[in-house]
Design a protein around this ligand. Sequence first.
Ligand SMILES: [Zn+2]
Length: 398
Amino acid sequence: MAAKLYSFVPLMQAAEQASLKGHPSAVGAFNVNFYAQAEGILEGLKRAEAPGIIQASKGANKFQGGADKIQYMLLKAMDNMKFGNPIALHLDHGDTKSAKDCVDKGFSSVMIDASKLDEPQNIETTKEIVLYAHAKGVGVEGEYGKLAGVEEDIAHENTTYADPKFVPVFLDRSGADALAVAYGTSHGPNKGKTSALNVGIVTESYAGLKAYRMNTRYFLVGHGSSTVPKELVDEINRFGGTLKGTSGVPDYMIKNAIKEGIRKVNIDTDLRLGITAVFRKYLSDHKDIEKKSEILGVIKRVFSGETPAKDKDGNPVDSGGLVDPRSYLDPVMAMDPGILREDYRKLKDEAFIEVMNMVRERIAEHVKGLCVMFGSAGLASQVDTGMTLEAMAAQYGK
Ligand SMILES: [Zn+2]
């Protein structure tokens, strides 16, 4: 395959350079689980002429049967689309084992989330991954402070805010390239009150990096930054969903966090909601779909509650509350992983191709809009493509 991946470092560097020139900018990091979603994200980046970070969680890797499968899926999508913008494939919320595995399997950056440990241990654990990853030019993101909400195996009830004065110290001691700083955002579709947000933590952390002249080499990351649009939630509920109490981070607050120094913005929930809305509407518009498509019939039975839905840990999920596509795509994965890993247009299932095209388009438009909002639109040409993984490894080795 001809497609290649970059570390997220030159991408965030381009965003920092643009920001220093008065054009606040952050690279969007979009979670991926299956092929049409990968193409949708890439198509959105293409339309926005933006660089991008495609990220897979441990759960996504498990869903696809391994980190190597996700890497294959993304490169395949890039090749099929003749995609040329600089892209990083990133592990979201990894632990020591999964981070090393992803470095071995061809990811170009990884996150090690040791935020449940105390600070000295967090730094030690992060540093272990930095040494392992940097030898191959792979970038590393750490996490400092605790984000509220549930993400993979890590669930925190309340935010423990990062101490901005300690941010440059954390980066310097660990050697991580990027740091997710907890400033009050949370994971999932229920982001709580915006009064929990303290963007001042970003402002002060970034000021610290600038004071030590670290800002073109180390970058701040904002997690839990989906906007959770009300129209999207309403659409899901209009077609049988029962989502309640959802709330996101308003656009202006995300823009402000970027202006104050965030250079990577994580988006997962919004894409999940968009995908779920497409499926719900399609199934509602096509009542006898199981007669035309075996695959969509399998998915329909999860939405109707006939097949019990499970979350990533195997716990039951009420069919009205479905948000995570993996919950209703899992039985399809069990039929044949190729359905969700390879180009779906090769399948002899017109209805499934139609709905996957709709998913792809829905994601593409959403991602394009987010890139405009993040200030990364038009930035693809500003990334230093000489900074290959080999060049990064050589630079770290000096
Ligand atoms: Zn996160």
